[in-house]
Design a protein around this ligand. Structure first.
Ligand code: NAD
Ligand code: UFG
Length: 335
């Protein structure tokens, strides 16, 4: 298939491009490089042997977007482009709604105009909110989101669902990611955080590379194995492979499907820290702090739907996730 990947030079997008190319798909990337670097294209080429066609374009720019659609006959779109920092979304909600909602609507309008029927959208486990019991199941539906970022994911899910009701030829897969971490085994692509990382593994990586003194562990009084928060971490390459299966599923079905993408297993903050210590070969300093506002104790996926519908099962364990993250971190600090 000929697939437009919005946000394709970003963290999850770049890994997905590599996996799509490996499966014989043609990839065209659209990204405004707000949170990614142009040299990611070189890295994708190094890994896969193919340099994807690239448009430096913004989904908020309707004319630029139209040019991309007019010049290509896409079979499908995988839509990653968006802002993703939870805390920032609380401070500048309109910017988040504009980029993640208005930008997405521009894209969906273009898909409608050019009759591109197949879509995979990057949603998040955050749409479950704190309303349900773990493991989170797709049938629970949408919970109460606690920040504008999460609300943009929920709104996109609602918009796409309505769009598909109005256009029965459409086919969309809404992937609810749990916690993607790790990097490609080549060490060439991975997550490059912008400023002080908010997420656990990027923060640990910066402690290991000497940019931060210690990890702040947000609370050790949760009802979990060691009191620290539990999450369903998934290797970004597994997540990327789930996109290949999802877009192939979309192309051979109609309607809207919501699918969790996780491993179904939860790890505590300290368990992740210890796995990272194993990967880098030394202790990593940390301090226990107060709970972070808005955090839930435990979050992990029910993965049955992904297995049944997509035939997807995550392969890599937490040790591998940390090893690959560490390799990328070492390469990054050599730059
Ligand atoms: P990322 O920031 O690395 O990638 C997003 C890409 O979109 C970046 O390259 C950025 O430059 C681009 N972009 C942003 N706004 C754009 C615009 N207006 N026009 C064109 N390009 C634009 O993020 P990521 O971690 O790869 O996440 C990809 C998607 O997955 C996002 O939608 C994110 O919300 C979602 N998601 C991520 C996580 C996570 O933990 N990383 C979890 C759940 C969902
Ligand atoms: N944590 C720390 N110290 C840190 C960072 C995180 O102790 O410096 C803890 C958190 O308290 C939590 C766990 O590590 O218990 C994971 O935190 P992350 O910030 O890495 O991930 P979250 O689960 O809070 O959030 C992530 C994404 C959101 C997404 C959500 C649900 O960042 O975008 O998963 O999918 F909405």
């Amino acid at each position: 298939m000929k697939i437009l990947v919005t946000g394709g030079t970003g963290y999850i997008g770049s890994h997905t491009c590599v996996e799509l190319i490996a499966e014989g798909h043609e990839v065209i990337i659209l990204d405004n490089l707000y949170n990614s670097r142009i040299d990611v294209l070189d890295k994708i080429e190094q890994i896969s042997g193919v340099r994807p066609k690239f448009y430096e374009a913004d989904i908020l720019d309707k004319e630029g977007l139209e040019k991309v659609f007019a010049e290509n006959d896409f079979d499908a779109v995988i839509h990653f482009a968006g802002y993703k920092a939870v805390g920032e979304s609380v401070s500048i909600p309109l910017t988040y709604y504009e980029n993640n909602i208005s930008g997405s609507i521009n894209l969906y309008q273009m898909m409608k105009k050019y009759k591109v029927r197949n879509l995979v959208f990057s949603s998040s486990a955050t749409v479950y909110g704190d309303d349900f019991e773990v493991p989170f199941k797709e049938e629970y539906g949408l919970g109460t989101t606690t920040n504008p970022y999460g609300t943009t994911k929920k709104m996109n899910e609602m918009i796409i669902t309505d769009m598909d009701i109005a256009e029965p030829e459409n086919s969309s897969v809404l992937l609810r990611y749990f916690n993607p971490i790790g990097a490609h085994e080549s060490g060439l692509i991975g997550e490059i955080p912008n400023g002080i990382p908010n997420n656990l593994v990027p923060y640990i990586a910066q402690v290991v590379s000497g940019q931060r003194d210690y990890l702040r562990v947000w609370g050790n009084d949760y009802d979990t194995v060691d009191g620290t928060g539990v999450r369903d971490y998934i290797h970004v390459v597994d997540l990327a492979r789930a996109h290949v299966k999802a877009i192939e599923y979309a192309a051979s079905h109609k309607g809207t499907e919501v699918i969790n993408i996780g491993t179904g297993k939860g790890y505590s903050v300290l368990e992740v820290l210890h796995a990272y210590e194993k990967a880098c070969g030394h202790e990593i300093p940390y301090q226990i702090m107060e709970r972070r506002p808005g955090d839930i104790a435990v979050c992990y996926a029910d993965t049955k739907k992904a297995e049944g519908l997509l035939g997807f099962k995550a392969e890599y364990d937490i040790d591998r996730m940390c090893e690959d993250s560490y390799r990328f971190t070492c390469n990054l600090s050599k730059e």
